[in-house]
Design a protein around this ligand. Sequence first.
Ligand SMILES: Cc1ncc(COP(=O)(O)O)c(C=O)c1O
Length: 362
Amino acid sequence: MPEALIDLRSDTATRPTPAMRAAMAAAEVGDDVSAEDPSMNRLQERTAEMLGKEAALFVPSGTMSNQIGVRLHCIPGDEVILEESAHIYAYEQGGVAQLSGCATRTIKGHYGHFTLEQVQDLVRPDNCHYARTRLLCIENTSNRGGGSVWPIERIAELCDWAHEHGLATHLDGARLFNAVVASGIPATQWCKHFDTVSVCFSKGLGAPVGSAICGTRKHIDHAIRVRKVFGGGMRQAGIVAAGALYALENNIQRMAVDHANAARFADLIRNVPGLKVDPARIETNIVYFYVDPKLGTAMEFGAALKQRGLLVGALGKQQIRAVTHLDVSAEQIERAGAIVREAAEQGGRAEKRQPAAAGAYE
Ligand SMILES: Cc1ncc(COP(=O)(O)O)c(C=O)c1O
């Protein structure tokens, strides 16, 4: 195994930098369950301000902030509309049903996006036979859509439609700031269309822990109760809040580097025989590529890459995902491209069987 592995499995792989750790070590703390942690209060106020919402609440994970979002808008027997590859639907263990007792109605999207035509007949009539259609969820950027950024006009159109039909709207903005940097459209402009927004500090922003659910003061007062029963009430959480605050203040604009690295990686592997990637589809920090079966499955090709020092995620039988982030340099991207080429040219299999660094990476 080569020493310095290049980890492109996910942007969750980032580790806090010395400056971020120093900010965390110096954080003033208090009991956050009693809202007495000054660092946490600062982070929440700053997050709400950046998103143009009245209030924000820190939670341990993006899964929790999404599931709280669903719970805020729905009661058991309600139905949630989302895209079929959406994290809330596909990667949160059916939490919409488990935790909120709701049904889901999925749409087959294109790179994670869908259109008004696809949803406009999905609101069920007000009749006791039916679930009550209550919530529309959108994911921006779309993870399984290859980090794709939604057209903001489409979001405006869909959310206006949803509100006119009595539906609430929730944005899974785990990578909202990637969309902000790629589009140049401020977070407030994206968020104004949604009743609630979830953002993650622990992905491209590079903080070690946490997400936030944002909305009106009333939503967040309710969210405080839901977070507690979901087990997310934390005590001297200012230590992690300080890492998230550092990320908000220092790590947003630098995501342009991750986007350039992803584009470069796609370009490096574009002409490798046996692989398929569309560089025009790389909008942010995520690169999906397809492996021809003659090079093995995605798991097998992933094992061949791992043996050469590159970690990626196998997200389908023949589909691999590589994600750029704060802990990957431009020089490592050049090396990653060379590793992929070498592995493909040598037939794609690992020398001896080795489990790939692969699976349902988020
Ligand atoms: C789009 C999206 N939403 C939500 C999440 C959940 O975040 P967490 O892993 O913090 O629960 C992820 C995780 O990668 C994600 O990609």
